[in-house]
Design a protein around this ligand. Structure first.
Ligand code: PFF
Length: 458
């Protein structure tokens, strides 16, 4: 565990900008492009969006600052960083449990995340093949259903995605990845805008816009509120140690506050543009906004299928979504990877293959949740995929975020926190204290208790 105060033994991002890009790479992923549109659709649109944005500002923002700061101050894996900081502050070493929960949670998330990323990977080839040129919604939607029902196809693409992830992770967080992030992040934006322009040209934009931005609280159920907060954590990659692990490689002199601003704004803008693009197409084609996880796989092939060179652009679109998923997937492995490298002093390759194998085995249950095991729902009627999705979203992420807020708000020396975060003026300190000591933890706790009551008590 040889570490130097200002460097991590695992290497460092080559600049502050690359840290921001890597963190944006972790934050922007399936959560923004696949999940955000369909949960907004399922939960009625505008009112849900408003609650989600409030959660991002009041909870996501301070918790992300706190989490990156813990990583940067510790300079090790989340487990060991927390241990080190707790010891230095004369606090219980049990605070490192947050790191353990995040490390395990990251593996669980990756196990089902890679299954959806596998669907995306398959769709790259499906679109390039021209299969969806000039088809209609019904054909596209039944093509998706048929695919999910084929266990071995889903298994194959999941395995391919996992193999690529392990391969890159094993090689280290280095230039290949940094370079790829630099090229692909802007391209995702460009293709999202193409999709949006298509939606506008089809005449569905205003309806899509109204659906997303017209706030009608009668459409928001309690469940929507809970989903909104869980998603705020998921989309920002917080509460999990992933962003803490990345923070450990952040160069010293860079401003953490500005980095967090950029990450949060870019993540939110990508989600909003993806939502607008997808709902414009939904309304232009007379589809239902509430069609669950298949939403992206129906709207995008339909839109690009109608465009000149649509199969190429459509294929590219899925390629970049796969890339966005990939840059998130690698961050999910980093807490575990860094920890085992520190503990056993073995190479990243060995650890990456081991973690990849465990995740792959765990993911098989999620692969079969849509076909062979779709009737296997022993816990609350959930499939294995639902089970992993819900326990991470309802327990791991919010409780991780809550513990981080409490640790930073109440148990670490204030001066250290303020200087790490460059919170100097007294009004900034008051705002910070209000957010990290009261608003974030109280809101997380309230939403958590409501979730338990809603799903497990009543
Ligand atoms: N933020 C990623 C997304 O929106 O797709 C998912 C994710 C990555 C969640 C890393 C949690 C995490 F630690």
């Amino acid at each position: 565990m040889a570490e130097n105060q200002n460097r991590s033994q695992h290497g460092m991002w080559s600049s502050g900008t690359l840290f921001v890009l890597a963190a944006v790479g972790s934050a922007v992923g399936l959560g923004n492009i696949w999940k955000f549109p369909y949960i907004t659709g399922d939960n009625g649109g505008g009112a849900f969006l408003l609650v989600y944005l409030i959660c991002i500002c009041l909870i996501g923002f301070p918790v992300m600052m706190a989490e990156i700061m813990l990583g940067r101050e510790g300079r090790m894996s989340p487990i060991n960083s927390l241990l080190k900081l707790a010891r230095e502050s004369n606090r219980s070493s049990k605070w490192s449990w947050i790191g353990w929960a995040g490390t395990v949670g990251g593996i669980i998330i990756l196990s089902f995340y890679a299954v959806v990323a596998g669907w995306i990977t398959y769709y790259i080839f499906r679109l390039f093949s021209g299969e969806f040129v000039n088809t209609d919604a019904e054909v596209v939607s039944s093509a998706f259903d048929l695919f999910l029902k084929d266990p071995w196809q889903v298994f194959l693409w999941f395995t391919i995605f996992m193999a690529v992830t392990v391969f890159v992770v094993a090689r280290g967080v280095n230039k290949g990845l940094e370079l790829a992030i630099r090229i692909c992040m802007p391209l995702i934006f460009v293709l999202l805008i193409v999709l949006l322009v298509y939606g506008v040209a089809q005449g569905g934009f205003w309806e899509g816009f109204k659906f997303m931005f017209q706030v009608d609280f009668s459409k928001l159920k309690l469940n929507g509120l809970l989903v909104a907060m869980g998603h705020a954590f998921f989309t920002l990659s917080i509460g999990m140690g992933a962003i803490m692990a990345y923070g450990a490689y952040m160069p010293q002199g860079e401003s953490l506050k500005s980095a967090v601003w950029i990450i949060v704004v870019v993540d939110t803008v990508v989600a909003l543009v993806a939502g607008l693009a997808i709902f414009s197409i939904v309304f232009a084609d007379g589809l239902s906004p509430a069609q669950g996880p298949g939403l992206l796989f129906v709207t995008v092939p339909l839109a690009f299928g109608d465009l000149p060179l649509g199969s190429i652009f459509g294929g590219l679109f899925f390629l970049f979504v796969a890339f966005a998923a990939f840059t998130s997937a690698i961050s999910l492995t980093e807490p575990a990877l860094a920890y085992f490298v520190e503990k056993y002093n073995v190479s990243r390759v060995v650890v990456a293959i081991t973690i990849g194998f465990i995740t792959w085995v765990l993911g098989i249950g999620s692969v079969f949740s849509f076909n062979l095991l779709s009737g296997f729902t022993p816990v609350f009627g959930w499939t294995i995929f639902d089970f992993f999705d819900k326990i991470t979203q309802w327990f791991f992420l919010p409780l991780g975020g809550l513990a981080i807020a409490i640790l930073v708000g109440y148990f670490l020396p204030k001066d250290r926190v303020w200087s790490a975060l460059e919170i100097n003026s007294s009004w900034a300190q008051i705002i910070w204290k209000a957010l990290i000591c009261v608003i974030a933890p109280v809101s997380i706790a309230v939403v958590f208790v409501l979730t338990i009551v809603q799903h497990f008590v009543s």
